[in-house]
Design a protein around this ligand. Structure first.
Ligand SMILES: NC(=O)c1ccc[n+]([C@@H]2O[C@H](COP(=O)([O-])OP(=O)(O)OC[C@H]3O[C@@H](n4cnc5c(N)ncnc54)[C@H](OP(=O)(O)O)[C@@H]3O)[C@@H](O)[C@H]2O)c1
Length: 281
């Protein structure tokens, strides 16, 4: 078993995902030795296959953690984090969510707790909704493409954040000292309603797209009709309910605090995504 020595690679779990992909690219641009891991990468990492853990952590000096995103995520983190610490991984950075902390529901913070109780040096990132939900998550991208978004978010507002900003923050806390024990809430620079977000995409793409406020029950019915499992559909509807109730609308300054600059605006994100053909057929 190789031990961390301050010079090993940085392990990026979730390396194929919305933040992990950009983090891998950024760290490589910084000249860092990066070990990209997911179920589909050459270094295969699976939260549910412990035989994949040793090759992923061996010799790594730091790790970025995107959890298993299901009801077993906390239990998997409780097993994995001490496993990594014991093998010399000196710094663990978790992608969590601002909404988990705001919810007051202890089970939504169970993954964070599993990390902070692991005995390792940790940092937690708590972002708002990602702008990339509109380009990479079919739950939002598919209705944008059909031209109608029925969502249960009323006139509530969300300060969407660019996943590239999260990746840049992650790169900073993984490679620079002084962030141990830090909890960074990360939002974009302004809150938008779903109607405003959709109008921005409509203007940039020239497509006719409209937002249709619906009830949570109607939304759940619509999602299950599209094949989303009912439990997942209800959870997603609940997240939109937090937006509708105004609980998500406030801004957080984590990007400014870590990077010393403002986060990217939604309009700039949409312009770049439209130019890259994110909503093309
Ligand atoms: N999306 C948002 O708006 C948002 C907002 C706030 C917080 N978050 C948090 O951010 C995290 C990531 O969410 P996301 O939607 O952006 O997902 P994502 O990072 O785009 O995709 C998930 C990543 O995890 C990997 N993965 C999935 N299951 C895995 C498993 N069993 N073992 C190992 N790797 C696995 C996937 O790669 P493979 O499929 O190749 O394994 C992929 O790289 C979640 O914890 C979420 O709660 C998301």
């Amino acid at each position: 078993m190789e031990r961390g020595n301050g010079h090993g690679p940085i392990l990026v779990i979730g390396a194929t995902g919305k933040t992990g992909r950009h983090l891998v690219a950024r760290l490589r641009r910084l000249g860092e030795d990066v070990r990209a891991a997911a179920r589909s990468t050459p270094v295969r990492f699976d939260w549910f296959d412990e035989s994949t853990w040793e090759p992923a952590v061996s010799g790594a000096r730091a790790a970025y953690l995107v959890d298993a995103q299901d009801e077993h995520a906390a239990e998997r983190m409780r097993a994995f984090a001490p496993f990594a610490v014991e093998r010399g991984v000196e710094r663990l950075v978790l992608l969590s969510a601002r909404g988990w902390a705001d919810s007051g529901e202890p089970e939504l913070l169970a993954t964070e707790n599993a990390l902070t109780e692991s005995g390792g040096a940790w940092t937690i990132l708590r972002p708002t909704w990602f702008m990339q939900g509109f380009t990479e998550d079919e739950i939002l991208r598919a209705p944008v493409r059909t031209g109608e978004l029925p969502l249960p978010s009323g006139d509530g507002m969300e300060p969407f954040i660019d996943a590239e900003d999260i990746a840049e923050v992650a790169a900073a806390v993984l490679t620079r000292d002084g962030h141990e024990g830090g909890v960074y809430a990360l939002s974009g620079p302004r809150a938008l309603s779903m109607g405003e977000a959709v109008d921005t995409i409509a203007k940039a793409t020239g497509r006719a797209i409209r937002y249709v406020p619906v009830s949570e029950d109607e939304y759940v019915d619509g999602l299950t009709a599209r094949g989303v499992p009912p439990g997942q559909a209800r959870f997603v509807a609940k997240l939109f309910g937090w937006i509708r109730d105004g609980e998500d609308a406030y801004l957080s300054d984590g990007v400014q605090r870590v990077l010393g600059r403002a986060p990217r605006d939604f309009t700039d994100f949409v312009a770049a995504a439209a130019a890259a053909g994110a909503w093309d057929d």
